[in-house]
Write a protein that binds this ligand. Structure first.
Ligand code: ADP
Ligand code: MG
Ligand code: MG
Length: 247
């Protein structure tokens, strides 16, 4: 049974079509990678799955655990277990990492969360990521290095435990350390009960993961699909030979 099922999805912004009839199925336990040149619609797809109000679905179907997503508000999608990274905010003086995580968890579960239980859970997640416990008390992203910001995002993933994590790493210009943090962190998060869709131009992000399926998006359509071997193929040959197929 599919966790996410997208069929012939057409979507766009302000009357301009960006996604042109795209189909994608993701099952529990799977890791999918989305590749494609800049401007092909990868981030748009993530935003449409999450229900960003800027984008309109004009045709096709999209379900999550069998339930129609297209008419579901964004907060409800988060409650159902969808998560879109990594747009962790700019610096927020006055809000600690712990506050932010607890607020996010309450929003997603719709329940008040007991501080002691939460602290325990947070401590365990931080140990898993080999993070210094002091970190929980720092103000969100204030003076954080690129690697520390990534750690916070991964911590968010571990604490919220979404069923489907959409990880958009495209434009982030990560250094070697941050790449390792993301790779190990996603691997710590991923299990047979959840799934990930990862957008990345950096194959090293995938080094700790077993990739099940690769989709290549060009001009709003999927032009090639395959297993992990497709990543190496594209790293060698680029997208050019696939672009003609998108017309
Ligand atoms: P990718 O993530 O593959 O680089 P995007 O999804 O960001 O591609 O963009 C695909 C196309 O849709 C681009 O031409 C981009 O300009 C356009 N687009 C995406 N989001 C918006 C938006 N919010 N407003 C206007 N145009 C958008
Ligand atoms: Mg169509
Ligand atoms: Mg993008």
């Amino acid at each position: 049974k599919d966790l996410l099922a997208i069929h012939d999805l057409h979507a766009g912004v302000e009357g301009r079509e960006i996604l042109k009839g795209l189909s994608l199925n993701v099952k529990k336990g799977e890791v999918h990678v989305l590749l494609g040149p800049n401007g092909s619609g990868k981030s748009t797809l993530m935003n449409v799955i999450m229900g960003h109000p800027k984008y309109q679905v004009t045709e096709g179907t999209m379900t999550f655990e069998g339930e129609d997503l297209t008419s579901m508000p964004t907060f409800e999608r988060a409650r159902q277990g969808l998560f879109l990274s990594f747009q962790t905010p700019e610096e927020i003086p006055g809000i600690t990492v712990e506050n932010m995580l607890r607020t996010a968890k309450q929003a997603v579960t719709g329940q008040k969360i007991k501080i002691t239980a939460f602290k325990k859970e947070l401590k365990a997640a931080m140990e898993k990521l080999q993070m210094n416990p002091e970190y929980a008390d720092r103000y969100l992203n204030v003076g954080f290095s690129g690697g520390e910001k990534k750690r916070t995002e991964i911590l968010q993933l571990l604490m919220l435990q979404p069923k489907l994590a959409l990880l958009d790493e495209t434009d982030s210009g990560l250094d070697v350390d941050a790449v390792q943090i993301v790779s190990k962190g996603v691997s710590a998060f991923h299990n047979e009960e959840n799934a990930c869709i990862i957008i990345t131009h950096n194959a090293r992000i995938l080094s700790e993961l077993k990739v099940d399926r690769v989709h290549v998006l060009v001009k709003g359509s999927i032009v090639a699909e395959g297993g992990a071997e497709l990543i190496d193929e594209i790293n060698r040959n680029g997208f050019t030979h696939l672009i003609g197929q998108a017309e």
